[in-house]
Structures are given as structure tokens and as C-alpha cells.
Design a protein around this ligand. Structure first.
Ligand code: PLP
Length: 397
């Protein structure tokens, strides 16, 4: 056995999302892109805000290329980290400095580093179903054990009783993702308050710190004025893992950050552990050019109107046809109950109509599929008759 078998297994099997995405590309070459309705991947369909493109042009035109493309400090450029901290302080009333911020290559790196920084071998990390499939990879790579807490099926908020029962003396961290991938649910302030009360009680009971890791790549993608509670304001031992992948439509540029709450017990020690974990994983010096872009565009926002219109179109039509789903308050996913018990079989049947939708078993909930509606409105309009036919087929059987 010359190579790491776990790495080999992960590399040999793509995630269910990537699998469908690759199939979609192959199928598009066969039958034409306009005949394949690919709702598999969360690739933003709205372009980055014009200020982002302008900042890039300005940087390339005016800055010294050697320094522009050079290394920054391992934890990120000081000015960028200060701009991030100042912006968070102004928006959420927290008390962060540049030395609470670690710049990363997107949320995947933020999570990998944060988990590696706090988990000791064999400690447990609780995640709320449904959850982003890669959490399992990140937690296990940090030496931890994944524990899944159940949702309330009626609204996909958190089943608090179940959550409480999942925390024990071996729990070190909890990941909370809101707006949620794949449900589109924003956890309410009431849910968040109660989750944090449970955590505080458990910290006291076990005499240890339990870290709350907020995974927030969709924070600004919300509709109808819904508020996303800022977890540092509810619980001191919080780290925020952020990314600009979705909120500025920059997923390929790999840029995000970790914010370690200054009010946390031993905040400085945790920040140093974050720096150390970044070093262990080789995630130092996030892309320099995009650190500079972020500094110049710190409060820029994408236009969420097309996503909201897509949500309304898809949710309205599918519920009219008889599909069951919660109305998403944020992100760009619709979480739909499969028309048979086995979501994989349901997704395969949809595939026969060239509708590519993701079965959610790997997200910790069986019997559901995810439709990523970060696509053109035209694609949704042309796909709707297919969804209607699919429903009709199940009704006829
Ligand atoms: N967390 C969640 C909930 C996500 O949906 C994603 C990407 O889809 C990530 C983390 C990883 O984001 P990034 O592309 O910034 O690494």
C-alpha cells in the first residue's frame, strides 16, 4: 500500500454534484446545450458587481505588477484584513481588528483551517442536516468525527431536542450554515438564540469550550428583507467562515476569510492556531490580486434580483404542479421532496428528461433533491414543462 487509501478513495469518487455536472457537460456535447437542463452546481449566474471588474482593471493598470502578484503575509495583507474587520464592526457591532481575520482561498479553505485549528483527534463536530456534503471530508481530515443533528421536517429549521442530545463531553465544534445549502432556509433569530443557549449550558456542564463555526458563503443572498443573525452576537466562542464565491460571484478566484471573535475565550490563541492550521494545510497567502480587489470593494454586493425572480418562478410553478418544498429565504437552491422514497432513483428518472437535479442523501437527508436555480430564467422556463411531465408520470403510475 504505497499511497493513502482514504485520499485514493476520495479522488476516485467524485461528489454527487460534480458527477452530475460532468455528465451534463457530456450530454450537452451530444444533444446540444439548449436541450440539457442542468440544475446541478452552485455556480453563480449573476455577474460580479461592476466595481469588482473595475477594481481589477485599475489594479492591473496602476499597481506595480511585482508587488501586486507577490506574496502577502501568510494570514493575508494587513490593509485587506483591516478593511474586513472594519466592515464587520460597522455592520454587526462586533469588535474585531485585523488580527482577528485570516484571509483564505474561499469557504472550503476557511472551514478546513477552522476545523483543523480546534479539533483534537477523535473529537466530535456536530453539523445540522441538511448540510454541504464536503463537511464530512473537512471534519475527518482534521481528525474529527461527524455527528449529524436532525432538522424539523416541516420547515427545515433545527430540531433542538435532537441537537441537545447530540452534544456530549467529546463535542468540540458545531457547524451552522445559514442561508443553508441545500435547503435555502435562513435559521431564525429564535432558533439561533436557542442553539446558543444549549451550547452555553453544555460548555458549563462539561467545563470546556465548544466552538461554533458559522459557514456563511450565502450571507448576502437573501430575499424579501430576511435578516441573517450574526452568530458572534449570540455566542462568544464563534468563528465565521466566509467566502466571496457566491456573494460577489467569484467562485473560481478562491477568496474568503475566517473571522475569530475577539470576545472568544483565548481569542488570540485560537487565531494563532488558525495561522498554524493554515500552515499545516498549505493554505497561506490567499490570492494576492483578489485580496486587493476585496480591499477596494469591501461592501460591494451582487444584484440578487435575478435569483429572487428565479426562486419565485420555480417555487411558484413546482408547487402548482404538486411538488412539496420549503420556500427558500436565501442562497439559490430549492429543496424538493422526491416523488418516490429513493431520491437517487427519482433523480435518475428526471435525468431521462435531461433534468439534472441532485439527490440529497449525501447532504444527510433522504428523500429530497436539490435544484440549483443559479441559471438563466430562460432555462427555468424551458425546463418547467419537463417538471410538469415528470409529476404527471408519477401520478399516472
Ligand atoms: N460551504 C457551503 C455551504 C457551500 O455551499 C460551499 C460551496 O458551494 C462552500 C462552503 C465552499 O465554498 P467555496 O467555493 O468558497 O470554497
Amino acid at each position: 500500500m504505497d499511497i493513502n487509501q482514504k485520499a485514493l478513495a476520495l479522488g476516485s469518487k467524485r461528489s454527487v454534484i460534480r458527477e452530475l455536472f460532468e455528465y451534463g457537460n457530456k450530454r450537452k456535447a451530444e444533444v446540444g446545450a439548449e436541450n440539457v437542463f442542468d440544475f446541478s452546481i452552485g455556480n453563480p449566474s449573476v455577474e460580479p458587481p461592476p466595481v469588482v471588474t473595475q477594481a481589477l482593471k485599475d489594479l492591473l493598470n496602476t499597481e506595480n505588477p511585482t508587488s501586486l502578484h507577490g506574496y502577502t503575509s501568510a494570514q493575508g495583507d494587513y490593509g485587506t484584513r483591516r478593511a474586513v474587520a472594519d466592515s464587520l464592526n460597522a455592520r454587526f457591532g462586533v469588535g474585531l481588528t485585523a488580527d482577528n481575520i485570516y484571509m483564505t482561498c474561499g469557504a472550503a479553505a476557511s472551514l478546513s483551517i477552522a476545523l483543523k485549528a480546534v479539533l483534537n483527534a477523535g473529537e466530535e463536530c456536530v453539523t445540522f442536516a441538511p448540510f454541504f456534503t464536503e463537511y464530512t471530508v473537512f471534519i475527518e481530515n482534521a481528525g474529527g468525527k461527524v455527528v449529524v443533528a436532525k432538522p424539523e421536517e416541516k420547515n427545515f429549521q433545527i430540531d433542538l431536542r435532537d441537537f441537545k442530545s447530540k452534544i456530549n463531553a467529546n463535542t468540540r465544534a458545531v457547524i451552522l450554515n445559514s442561508p443553508n445549502n441545500p435547503s435555502g432556509v435562513v435559521y431564525s433569530a429564535d432558533t439561533v438564540r436557542r442553539v446558543c443557549e444549549i451550547l452555553r449550558d453544555k460548555e458549563r456542564e462539561y467545563g470546556k469550550i465548544i466552538y461554533l463555526i458559522a459557514d456563511e458563503p450565502y450571507r448576502e443572498l437573501v430575499y424579501d428583507g430576511v435578516e441573517v443573525p450574526y452568530l458572534m452576537n449570540y455566542y462568544d466562542d464563534t468563528m465565521v467562515c466566509y467566502s466571496y464565491s457566491k456573494t460577489l460571484s467569484l467562485p473560481g478566484e478562491r477568496i474568503g476569510y475566517i473571522a475569530v471573535n475577539s470576545a472568544m475565550k483565548d481569542s488570540q490563541g485560537v487565531y494563532l492556531a488558525v495561522c498554524g492550521a493554515g500552515r499545516m494545510l498549505g493554505y497561506i497567502c490567499a490570492p494576492s490580486l483578489f485580496q486587493q480587489v476585496i480591499k477596494r470593494c469591501i461592501d460591494a454586493k451582487v444584484n440578487v434580483k435575478p435569483y429572487k425572480e428565479n426562486r419565485d418562478l420555480l417555487y411558484g410553478a413546482l408547487t402548482e404542479y404538486g411538488y412539496e418544498c420549503v420556500k427558500p429565504d436565501g442562497a439559490f437552491y430549492l429543496f424538493v421532496k422526491a416523488l418516490e422514497k429513493d431520491a437517487v432513483k427519482f433523480s435518475e428518472r428526471a435525468m431521462k428528461k435531461d433534468l439534472l437535479i441532485v439527490p440529497c442523501d449525501d447532504f444527510g437527508v433522504t428523500g429530497y433533491v436539490r435544484i440549483a436555480y443559479c441559471v438563466t430564467a430562460d432555462q427555468i422556463k424551458r425546463a418547467l414543462p419537463k417538471f410538469k411531465e415528470l409529476m404527471q408520470e408519477y401520478k399516472n403510475n
